[in-house]
Design a protein around this ligand. Structure first.
Ligand code: NAD
Length: 500
């Protein structure tokens, strides 16, 4: 049984935790370890370590900071397989998916390696006679990151490489369900030469989150998780004077117009609906078929789901792993019965899908499709966060856009069509943060910013890319005059400064 603890001030915490959480292997349903839950005292210790490291780190030159980032990048690359193994062991996703997660996180580290360029300010000579002006961006201070179970390495890496590159120090509170990847990342930071205290990890549940949100020493909070918790984090964090970006849940639509290549669309719907067992905030969960393509599309999707191999993430044959916990699997499966009770047609029942090479105790649920779903049904209104694809049929493009824009969420959306004009109109009209055209999961590259609209993001800034740099820095503008000692250039003037 493994024991996972906090990482404070450059080393593992050595105290005795009052509370613990179980860590499961979702492919067997067995408990494989315990994670310490932080109380207010451990949170205070982590924030104190981060605050202690801040003055020296923010003074550290950009060259030195980027050297540490380059070293960290090499170490994460070298240990990508180890990270992926930890993710599969605790989250359950298949090995290739876990490796993909590490690769996407690494792209943010690579973006952050360019911090000297990203932090360049502006300079204007002679804004007034003999006066120059320049702008700069400075770190905000100690930053907290609170992250979800579904990307235990990538989502933290959306945050801390940029925050640290900008000169901040960081306290990460990862998901208690799969806490081990964050500790390996902490060790790799130390090996890369990051000074003790710049990166800290506290494990735990809402008690740890509450202590971080209330702590006066934390200047900014990045959160990713479900919408109710995102809303709470935003309100509590801003209420105590912090800068907050809180990314929430999603209900992502994929609109298929009648002129679309239906094989391409079916491949995309199956990949984006069931990849990572649907436990992605950018997963497609509502397929909107514009008449008359519904029947043909559902037939193609049924054909493809039947061929998917569901099994342990460690088995090379598996394309889809288990869900993260038994409770979550049961909740997801309950939407199948609820959908049928509310009038949907269960076109594919994932409860009957064979599990290849899997332990019967694992948290299995195969790919499922509910057809003839209407907007009032709970399988459409709720974020299910599992391998359940709801198919809605609409008569027109306008009705499809109405459905997309009527959703309270605004994370991702995709349109499948061969008509460039329709796609262009859709890109403009969709009230959604990330849009794909014949691309089902439009996750932006690290140098663009990731984030949704409406109930999918509380706050003004998206994560990573240049918006990430803005979030983790404060702007300052300097106006300077150096008297050149020529007699008569200095006078007393009580008027408001005007430029001449
Ligand atoms: P979650 O909201 O349950 O947990 C997220 C974090 O908040 C965890 O660290 C958890 O310990 C903590 N937390 C949970 N309940 C809390 C509470 N009551 N008070 C304070 N803190 C609490 O989310 P999850 O189940 O870990 O992750 C899945 C959710 O995350 C889905 O809704 C998914 O859409 C969302 N998500 C969103 C994005 C995005 O970019 N918008 C990305 C990934 C996941």
């Amino acid at each position: 049984m493994k024991h996972v603890t906090h990482w404070i001030g450059g080393k593992p915490w050595t105290g005795e935790a009052e509370r613990h959480g179980d860590i499961y292997d979702p492919a067997t349903g067995q408990v494989t370890g315990a994670v310490d839950f932080a109380s207010e005292a451990e949170v205070n210790a982590a924030v104190a370590a981060a605050a202690g490291a801040l003055p020296a780190w923010r003074r550290t030159s950009l060259s030195k900071r980027s050297q540490v980032l380059f070293a960290f990048r090499e170490l994460v690359r070298r240990h990508a397989g180890d990270l992926a193994e930890l993710i599969t062991a605790e989250h359950g996703k298949v090995a290739s998916d876990a490796a993909g997660e590490v690769a996407r996180g690494l792209e943010v580290v690579e973006f952050a390696c360019g911090i000297p360029h990203l932090l360049k300010g502006g300079f204007s000579e002679n804004v007034s006679t003999g006066v120059d002006s320049y702008s700069l961006r400075q770190p905000v201070g100690v930053v907290a990151g609170i992250t979800p179970f579904n990307f235990p390495a990538m989502v933290p890496m959306w945050m801390f490489p940029i925050a640290i590159a900008c000169g901040n120090t960081f306290v990460l509170k990862p998901s208690e369900k799969d806490p081990s990847a964050s500790l390996l990342l902490a060790r790799l930071w130390a090996e890369a030469g990051l000074p003790d205290g710049v990166f800290n990890v506290v494990h735990g549940d809402k008690a740890a989150v509450g202590a971080l949100l209330a702590h006066p020493g934390i200047a900014a909070v990045s959160f990713v998780g479900s919408t109710p918790v995102a809303r709470y984090v935003y309100q509590a964090g801003t209420g105590s004077g912090k800068r907050v970006q809180a990314l929430g849940g999603a209900k992502n639509h994929m609109v298929v117009l009648p002129d679309a290549d239906l094989d391409l669309a079916a491949d995309a719907a199956v990949s984006a609906g069931f990849g990572s067992a649907g436990e992605r905030c950018m997963a497609v969960s509502a397929l909107v078929a514009v008449d008359p393509v519904g029947d043909q599309l559902v037939a193609r999707i049924k054909d493809r789901t039947g061929k998917l191999t569901v099994g342990p993430g460690t088995d090379e044959r598996s394309e889809m792993g288990p869900l993260v916990t038994r409770q979550h699997r049961d909740r997801v499966a309950s939407y199948l019965d609820a959908g049928v009770e509310q009038g949907a047609v269960l076109a594919v029942d994932g409860r009957r899908h064979p599990v290849t090479g899997g332990d019967p105790g694992g948290f299995w649920l195969g790919p499922s499709v509910l057809d003839h779903v209407t907007p009032a049904m709970s399988c459409y209104t709720d974020e299910i966060f599992g391998p359940v694809l709801s198919v809605l049929r609409v008569p027109s493009y306008e009705a499809a856009v109405g459905l997309v824009n009527g959703s309270p969420y605004g994370n991702g959306v995709a349109i499948f069509t061969g008509d460039g004009g329709a796609a262009r109109r859709f890109v403009s009209e969709a009230e959604i943060g990330m849009v794909g055209v014949n691309v089902p999961i439009p996750v932006p590259m690290a140098y663009y910013s990731f984030g949704g609209w409406k109930a999918s993001l509380f706050g003004d800034t998206h994560v990573h890319g240049t918006e990430g740099v803005r979030f983790y820095t404060r702007g300052k503008v300097v106006t300077s005059r150096w008297p050149d000692r020529v007699p008569g250039t200095a006078t007393v003037d009580l008027g408001f400064p005007v430029n001449s």
